[in-house]
Design a binder for this molecule. Structure first.
Ligand code: PHE
Length: 504
């Protein structure tokens, strides 16, 4: 395996993992889903999913990466031979692992995500500039859909490429690549800014939001539990997939990040720390968003339950409208989009870093070449999302990556640990290197709960799209942007795992 640079301190690792976890997922996906599924009831389900499923999986990824010291494919490929008693067997160690492809698949899914995640950063880059003059004017909705996106009337009607977004996308990619230029060494420095700054800005928006007229209507909506929602399987599906997405687990990233830890580090404490910071950010972010929604409802002369449409709407229509009504409007605009960008960038570069680490491990790609190569390919693919049909494709790919890619990875990872490596073996290992210990409940979660939940969700998602095409898009689009992508990734993952690794 190629030598990766290691984190310079525990803090660097924790911040980088928190940076990956905290992203657009916390400030728009979380509030939006929470809004859709009955506020407080969703919070309740979210916490349960976090503790019983999310944290065990995060601890699993940290433990694997730390133990096997490599990117996801490398670590998972090696795993088989670490069954009790195999460690000493040189000859077996030489043979290729059977589970390497799971790691590649996880990374391909995160690659699929970063292709559009960077486009959202591209929008935000444009909006950062628009903020100075409040260019969205008095009708932010038409501005966003008709001017910025030039959204067409159908998924196959591509319209034109929006060059300002392409430019924003390019800027975002340059920023991403520079942030991981020398691997953990650079990341460890960048995250001091990209984790701390958005947090401070988030606090500004919480305070600003809560002091607006009508704020309490929003907060009430956020926190009032409508427990009848708990009976809806869709809520549990949303809670679990939100936990995965938000913690960045099931993408192979946390495995790579933990592999850059120097010997003598802790695993479990860090997992809890990262998970709780992420959840706390989502929770606090909820106050910023819902208080603002309360105000927004007041501006529109309606009630909170009628105002939220989707994540992108929230950031690019709702917030600009609210900002228009604030004193010092341009300042708040700039701060808001700066917050989004700094939240997003460390999530985006973690997705690249996870894959770059794998290319370095297996093919001994020079790091910079790996970074630039991934960025260029993702940038070119990203151009699709800058067309008039871009938002539709973004939505479709997002749905498939999160509902099929992610659950498949979570299912396989937990099964491999549970039934090949032994959950108890990994638990003992993790406990032996950590201050904080986890009890048997952890193994129980990995052997039963995580695989069962992932499997059920997979079937559930499958059934949903069979019954009705996702988002009402034509089936052909769904096949192209959904199924072909997932199956293609599986095939590529197999092919990559069968390639001989290059010797140094
Ligand atoms: N966790 C990030 C967020 O909440 C998104 C992400 C997903 C990052 C997958 C890395 C991998 O926005």
């Amino acid at each position: 395996m190629a030598q990766h640079t290691l984190w310079e301190s525990r803090r660097a690792f924790v911040l980088a993992s928190i940076g990956s976890a905290i992203g657009l997922g916390n400030v728009w996906r979380f509030p939006y889903i929470c809004y859709k599924f009955g506020g407080g009831a969703f919070l309740f389900a979210y916490v349960i999913a976090l503790v019983l499923i999310g944290i065990p999986l995060l601890a699993l990824e940290f433990a694997i990466g730390y133990k096997l010291k490599g990117s996801a494919p490398y670590s998972l490929g090696k795993l088989r031979y670490n069954l009790v008693g195999y460690e000493e067997n040189e000859e077996r160690m030489q043979r290729k692992g059977k589970f390497e492809w799971i790691g590649w698949f996880a990374l391909l899914v995160s690659f699929g995500i970063v292709t559009y995640y960077a486009v959202i950063m591209g929008w935000a880059t444009n909006y950062l500039v628009y903020s100075f003059k409040l260019s969205w004017g008095s009708d932010p909705r038409s501005f966003f859909y008709q001017h910025v996106l030039e959204l067409s009337d159908g998924i196959f009607n591509f319209g034109r490429i929006q060059w300002p977004i392409v430019l924003g996308l390019a800027v975002s990619w340059i920023w991403i690549v520079l942030s991981i230029w020398k691997g953990a060494k650079t990341v460890g420095k960048v995250v001091y800014v990209t984790v701390v700054l958005p947090w401070l800005l988030l606090l500004v928006f919480v305070i600003r939001g809560l002091t607006l007229p009508g704020a309490m209507d929003g907060v009430k909506y956020y926190l009032t539990p409508r427990f009848e929602f708990l009976l809806n399987p869709a809520l549990w599906h949303a809670a679990i997939s939100q936990v995965f997405f938000s913690l960045s687990v099931g993408f192979g990233i946390m495995i790579a990040y933990a592999s850059f830890l120097p010997p003598g580090s802790d695993v479990l404490n860090n997992a809890f720390l990262v998970a709780f910071s992420d959840a706390a950010t989502a929770y606090v972010g909820g106050f910023a968003v819902f208080s603002a929604l309360g105000y927004y409802a007041r501006i529109l002369g309606t009630t909170v339950d009628k105002v939220m449409k989707s994540g992108p709407e929230l950031a690019f229509v709702t917030y600009p409208t609210i900002i228009n009504h604030l004193p010092l409007a341009p300042l708040f605009g700039v701060l808001f989009f700066l917050m989004l960008l700094t939240l997003a960038v460390d999530s985006a570069f973690s997705m690249v870093e996870g894959s770059a680490a794998a290319l370095i491990d297996k093919f001994h790609f020079p790091r910079k070449k790996a970074n630039i190569g991934i960025a260029v390919v993702a940038f070119v693919i990203g151009i699709l999302y800058t067309t008039g049909a871009g938002l539709y494709w973004l939505d479709l790919v997002d749905h498939f990556m999160n509902n099929f890619g992610l659950f498949v990875v979570a299912l396989l990872e937990s099964l491999v640990i549970a039934y090949v490596y032994g959950a108890e073996n990994l638990r003992n290992y993790a406990n032996s290197v950590s201050e904080l210990k986890v009890g048997r409940w952890w193994s129980l979660s990995i052997t039963a709960l995580v695989p069962a939940a992932s499997f059920v969700l997979l079937i559930y998602s499958f059934r949903q799209v069979l019954l009705k095409p996702y988002g009402g898009y034509p089936r052909v689009a769904e096949i192209l942007g959904g199924w072909l992508l997932v199956i293609g990734f599986l095939v590529i993952a197999f092919v990559l795992s069968r390639r001989k690794s290059k010797e140094a």
